[in-house]
Design a protein around this ligand. Structure first.
Ligand code: NAI
Ligand code: MG
Length: 491
């Protein structure tokens, strides 16, 4: 059908723009300076040092936070140890559950404020922090609160006892959610906690410390201390820590594993990924395109389970790539506080340089690079949605985690070929399969060497579902019943 010129002008995706719809940030309550949360109180650091935390979308300072040194870590661990043996482990399990429920409910009450703080401190779109990060964080506390007095049913025929003090080190991509993943199961099983948020995103964890005060948790049950790698290492190496839970880079995961070798400390490591998102010819193409977009551009691609390697079956490759480019041009990149924004700011200057340098390597190695034509703000850290074609299994950008909005596209002919390619990576965290055939979805997903595989969807999370990887993506599971296991002794 020949289009008349009037219809041609009605191209909503290019000719029309959204009016700004910024979430107002004037009601949030933040202090100008945060001390360490130890033994139920905000306490000045022995180090006497503070560092600034900024908004990556504007590069403006938001607040300063304390830098905990080894003596601060010792204070926090001692508080946690006393609280564990004298108070928390002595409480009736149902009472522990009540405290955890209380945290969950206060998180819900303060959801709007927390979403805004998550967005201004980390750069992620308000739509994501509002609809995903904060509700899921509350859901994790609700879920594990329910297990607190049901541990006998979780592990039938066995008795449980707490492991002791958990040292928990979390990253900057899902700050409050990762705190919830770590704290909720630990408390439910009778352990106490020393948690360190990432140095670029400490604010929602510090708000959580205030919530924990408000929930009237016994002092020392949860301690939240801020700092960078050295603070994390001091937690890992403290003799009174019984278990380490770490989410972050594979490099640091390996350092932690080496430090813990030969000790009786338990550990779970949730590390990097390079997931294969596989699209078969019989898939519903438009849905698959949405799934590819969600897989790689959710949270600017700062996602360990991001679908960063796309495998498209040859017969539909041109169509999928064309539709993908059209869809990417409609994505709104910019002010993370704007409710229309799809892609926010890159979390830090350091992460932006890592992304830029890997993209340069991709181009140098012969990859064909395509980028969205979108405009990005002049201040702040930004990276346009990027696709690479003409890449090989051996390409650096196919092998290494970029942790940014960059997708490497390859094609395949047969199921055997794509399984081999998908598994040819040091990682094994997640994957995606898109097909109209249920049997094929099960067959392919069972052959993918990955902890989580989504079929005809991507990046779906639920507190009841275990999450974790194989190979260099880490060890242990978090979430669900499996997520209780690292926090209990069974006998
Ligand atoms: P990182 O692994 O250095 O940082 C994660 C957490 O570990 C932070 O809280 C940090 O302070 C702490 N940490 C750093 N060094 C430590 C040490 N020696 N001992 C104990 N704790 C330590 O990750 P970074 O440098 O922020 O990001 C580098 C790359 O790591 C990213 O580009 C991405 O590829 C990957 N990454 C993966 C994440 C995931 O969810 N699996 C999360 C964050 C980063
Ligand atoms: Mg690092």
């Amino acid at each position: 059908m020949k289009k008349n010129s009037a219809t041609k002008d009605l191209k909503f995706d290019t000719k029309w723009t959204y009016a700004p719809a910024p979430e107002s940030a004037d009601h949030i309550q933040l202090k100008d300076r945060y001390d360490l949360f130890i033994n139920g109180k905000f306490t000045a650091p022995a180090s006497k040092k503070y560092f600034d935390t900024i908004n990556p979308a504007t590069e403006k300072r938001i607040a300063s936070v304390a830098e905990a040194n080894a003596s601060d870590v010792d204070k926090a661990v001692t508080a946690a140890k006393n609280a564990q043996s004298k108070v928390w482990s002595k409480l009736a399990p149902a009472e522990r559950g009540k405290y955890i429920y209380r945290i969950a409910r206060i998180l819900q009450e303060k959801a709007r404020e927390l979403a805004i703080i998550e967005t201004i401190n980390g750069g992620k779109p308000i739509r994501e922090s509002r609809d995903i990060d904060i509700p899921l964080a509350a859901a994790h506390f609700f879920y594990y609160a329910g297990w607190a007095d049901k541990l006998d049913y979780a592990f039938p025929g066995m008795k449980t006892s707490p492991v002791g003090v958990a040292g928990q080190i979390i990253p900057w991509n899902f700050p409050l959610l990762m705190a919830a993943w770590k704290i909720a199961p630990a408390l439910a099983a009778g352990n106490t906690v020393v948690l360190k948020p990432a140095e670029t995103t400490p604010l929602t964890a510090l708000k959580l410390a205030e919530i924990i005060q408000e929930a009237d948790l016994p002092p020392g049950v949860v301690n939240i201390i801020t700092g960078a790698g050295a603070t994390g290492a001091a937690i890992v190496n403290h003799p009174n820590i019984n278990k380490i839970a770490f989410t972050g880079s594979t490099d640091v995961g390996k350092i932690i594993q080496k430090s813990l070798a030969g000790t009786d400390k338990r550990y779970t490591l949730e590390l990097g990924g390079k997931a294969a998102n596989i699209i078969f010819e019989d898939a519903a193409i438009n849905q698959a395109v949405e799934g590819i977009i969600n897989g790689i551009f959710f949270n600017q691609g700062h996602v360990c389970c991001a679908g960063s390697r796309l495998f498209v079956q040859e017969g539909i490759a041109n169509e999928v790539i064309k539709k993908l480019k059209q869809r990417i041009e409609t994505l709104i990149v910019g002010d993370p506080l704007d409710k229309n924004t799809d892609i926010g700011a890159i979390n830090s200057k350091a992460q932006l340089s890592k992304i830029k340098s890997l993209v340069q390597t991709g181009i140098k190695e012969g990859g064909e690079c395509w980028q969205s034509e979108c405009a990005v703000p002049s201040k702040g850290f930004w990276f346009k949605p990027t696709l690479f074609t003409n890449v090989a299994q051996s390409s650096t950008i196919v092998q290494e985690e970029i942790f940014g909005p960059v997708l490497a596209i390859q094609t395949f002919r047969t199921a055997e070929e794509v399984i081999e390619k998908a598994n040819n990576t040091p990682y094994g965290l997640s994957g995606g399969v898109w097909t109209d055939k249920g049997a094929k979805a099960f067959k392919i997903s069972s052959k993918l060497n990955a902890g989580v595989v989504w079929a005809n969807t991507y990046n779906k999370f639920d507190p009841t579902s275990p999450f974790g990887g194989y190979k260099e993506s880490g060890v242990g599971r978090e979430g669900g019943l499996h997520g209780l296991m690292p926090y209990v002794n069974l006998f």
